[in-house]
Design a protein around this ligand. Sequence first.
Ligand code: C2E
Ligand code: CA
Ligand code: CA
Length: 442
Amino acid sequence: MQQNRELFGDTMKSQKNNNMPLTNLQLQELRCSYPQGMTLFREGEDRNCAYIIEKGEVEISVIKDGKKVPLVRLGEGEVFGEAALIGSGKRSATATATEDCEVFRIFPSILRDRIMRLDPLVGLLMSLLVNRYRKWRYVSPELAAEAGVVEHAREDLSQVDKADGFLSDLNAQKKVALQELRMAQNIVEAVAKGELGPYLQPIVTLPDRKLAGFEALIRWHHPEKGMISPVEFIPVAERTNIVGQLDMMMLERVCEIVPDIQKAAGVIGRKIYVSVNLSGIHFDSDGFADEVVEIVRRSKVDPAQIVLEITESALMGSPERAEATLRKFKAHGLTISLDDFGTGYSSLSYLHKFSIDILKVDQSFVSDIHNKNSKSFDVVRAIVSLARTFNLSTVAEGIEHEEDISALTSLGCGNGQGYFFSKPMPVDQALEFVRTSVAKYG
Ligand code: C2E
Ligand code: CA
Ligand code: CA
């Protein structure tokens, strides 16, 4: 087996496409292929990740009295090596591909970052379930009898299933998880193939409609499915920890686009900015702020032309770290915009605590703002006055009607964005928009 490992170790195929490095970031390798006979890990090695089998079969075995004892053979959808998710330590068994295999690797950071940090209780329950699941794992009676190792009385899964339906829930979850991992892998591959990139939506001053900047919104041009909305894939990217790669790819692209936009504007005496969405999932993770700063620095773009859009949830997980990150951004001349304002905590206490420059009024309040008797009108009035108190500028999202503009202007909201001005558009159209907008509104 050791020999197999050495033989195949260097040639292990990964699904990552190395020929098209459209982004210079290291893409996380989630899916790996193992040829028949290859050892995935062996007893006594350090645990680093769990595996989910997408295709093929894996045998789990232990060494007893110097002899290999097979414990179980696992197929599609099965999880193994899961103890790595709940703690370090050594592998208690060896895993070998008994057929050519495709497996997804699940690193503890994925669970830790996503679940433990968001909700300690969920994290605790996860650990408990993983532990229990290990005990319940079905050991093939033939293999066990053959090996003479029925040292633990293990329950048959079907018994457990009958008892409380827990396993059928687990199976349903497993299917969803596998689907998500496939999608995550597809996203990573699509990034490498250059299928994902920004659309730009203008942000204008109110009421005079001068172009202030753009928001970059990610789009996936799928060769068969056509355009895929971020609403479909960003949540999956967040749950599978690859959203950071998407956000950094978008930031890199935006840094390339900014000079073209400024050039298209000609001599206007002001800088046009582009804002980039940053998911809260990785906001306070190690190295994140440095990576953002480094991308902007390397591009040589004026940092004053880059706005980072974050949501309140990004600040709430670990407020001190979040503030340190914001301060680092500010020290490098970047601007911070608080997205979807009014939908989250919207607590007064953090507005003065965090280094924020812009409040983006969520579109749910803007959609019926033309009705002066609506609650939204009062909410937006409160938000704008709050912004004024803290010396922040405001951008109203989701402006669709002319009447929205007069209502927002009467409340003192300085900037707007929405389908009324333009839907998000491809970069070349955005450059054309810059030219016509500057010619018309200055
Ligand atoms: P968001 O950041 O709140 O972006 C605004 C969304 O509202 C965009 O949807 C935009 O197309 C849409 N929108 C703009 N004006 C109007 C309007 O007048 N009416 C209506 N009904 N909608 C309007 P989109 O592009 O589908 O993006 C959805 C969400 O996906 C974004 O919401 C953001 O949370 C996320 N997203 C988009 N791009 C990225 C990205 O690069 N990174 C991350 N992490 N998230 C992104
Ligand atoms: Ca946004
Ligand atoms: Ca928003």
